[in-house]
Design a protein around this ligand. Structure first.
Ligand SMILES: N[C@@H](CCC(=O)N[C@@H](CS)C(=O)NCC(=O)O)C(=O)O
Length: 344
């Protein structure tokens, strides 16, 4: 029989298939398993950016990016404390993800095409819609970025800020002197020492840096926003389960705000007759199980850090020193563009 003559070939094919299925498929879904076995989530954050990730006076990490990781830890373990933070500079942040040093990067990082197409990473969503701006001394007498020609501008290496800066000056035919430094501390110190006239970065970061200057009120942020900086959590490519878990945890915080579910009302939400709320908090459906988590994964996340709006206001909004208006980060129902697909 012809089939019999082909037996060695079929056997080899079966062995190869078994190796492929056994070796490569499960390897792709290893992150959640590794995190659970380790008992802690490894989260990459910035080295110190007020409102996003910095140490408070009790030496605890605090901020918007930090809370996103605490929400993940709460969703996975039911315990917001099961997370280890690794502070990373702009240059080493993506390598830390590639080399498995961290499970997720939550560090004011902009979602761009090349970071996905050439670094083997994926952004799980937009946690904060930002854009690049300019900060300078009020007494410089400049009120539009188009008057910045010939000025020395401080920026940080290995960031989108550095690239957008040269694009903007070139597009507007303005001469530019750049002072690109390795850390945010160095940029601020150089600006403070008047080694540069202007500081450029994501606007949210300018708000944070201005507060650290000796007299914050003597510095202004110009009205121009010269780029799109959609900031969000990044993961490695090739682990769809983990990607989904990070993405839907972020979305669950945004959906919770839209549904009026807060950290303080989560226990009432569990008894809600609203099917949208029931699916979110796990009293209906098996959405948590499908992510590899407990049924009440989203309720755990909201109980730990609050919904998206609570997380925003506490860290960077009205209840914080930064007082950044919600702007684009308001929900789509409130004039912003934060919009999460439904839990269904
Ligand atoms: N969103 C931009 C900029 C990110 C960035 O690293 N900005 C600097 C400039 S303020 C920063 O946050 N540094 C914080 C740190 O070095 O810890 C990007 O993804 O490239």
């Amino acid at each position: 029989m012809p089939g019999f003559r082909n037996r060695p070939f079929i056997l080899v094919a079966i062995i190869l298939l078994a190796l492929f299925a056994g070796g490569s498929y499960p390897a792709a879904a290893q992150t959640l398993k590794a995190v659970k076995e380790r008992g802690t989530l490894n989260c990459g954050v910035s080295q110190g950016l007020l409102g996003f990730s910095s140490m408070d006076d009790k030496n605890a990490w605090t901020g918007f990016d930090v809370d996103l990781c605490r929400a993940l830890a709460a969703a996975i373990f039911g315990d917001l404390a099961k997370v280890t933070f690794t502070p990373l500079d702009a240059a080493t942040r993506f390598a830390a993800l590639q080399s498995n040093r961290i499970d997720v990067l939550s560090r004011n990082s902009t979602w761009t095409m090349s970071r996905e197409s050439s670094l083997g990473l994926m952004f799980a969503g937009v946690a904060y819609y930002d854009g690049q701006g300019f900060l300078l001394r009020r007494d410089a007498g400049i009120d539009t970025a188009l008057q910045l020609g010939g000025k020395t501008v401080c920026t940080q290496t290995d960031t989108t800020s550095q690239l957008n800066l040269s694009d903007y000056f070139r597009a507007n035919n303005m001469p530019l002197k750049v002072l690109a430094l390795g850390t945010v501390e160095e940029s601020r110190a150089a600006y403070d020492d008047r080694k540069c006239d202007v500081l450029t970065s994501d606007v949210s970061q300018l708000y944070a840096e201005r507060l650290k200057l000796a007299a914050p009120d003597s510095h202004i942020i110009l009205p121009e926003v010269i780029s799109k900086e959609p900031l969000g959590p990044a993961v490695r490519q090739g682990d769809d389960q983990w990607f989904n878990l990070v993405k839907w945890t972020l979305y669950s915080l945004i959906n919770a705000e839209e549904l009026g579910v807060k950290s303080t009302t989560i226990d009432d939400a569990v008894r809600s007759p609203n099917p949208n709320i029931q699916r979110l908090v796990g009293t209906e459906g098996e959405f948590g199980e499908q992510l590899g988590l407990a049924r009440d994964w989203a309720a755990r996340a909201v109980r730990a850090v609050g919904n998206y709006g609570e997380m925003y206001e506490r860290n960077v909004g009205t209840q914080s020193q930064l007082s950044i208006p919600r702007g684009l980060n308001a929900l789509w129902t409130q004039g912003g563009i934060q919009y999460a697909p439904p839990v269904r």
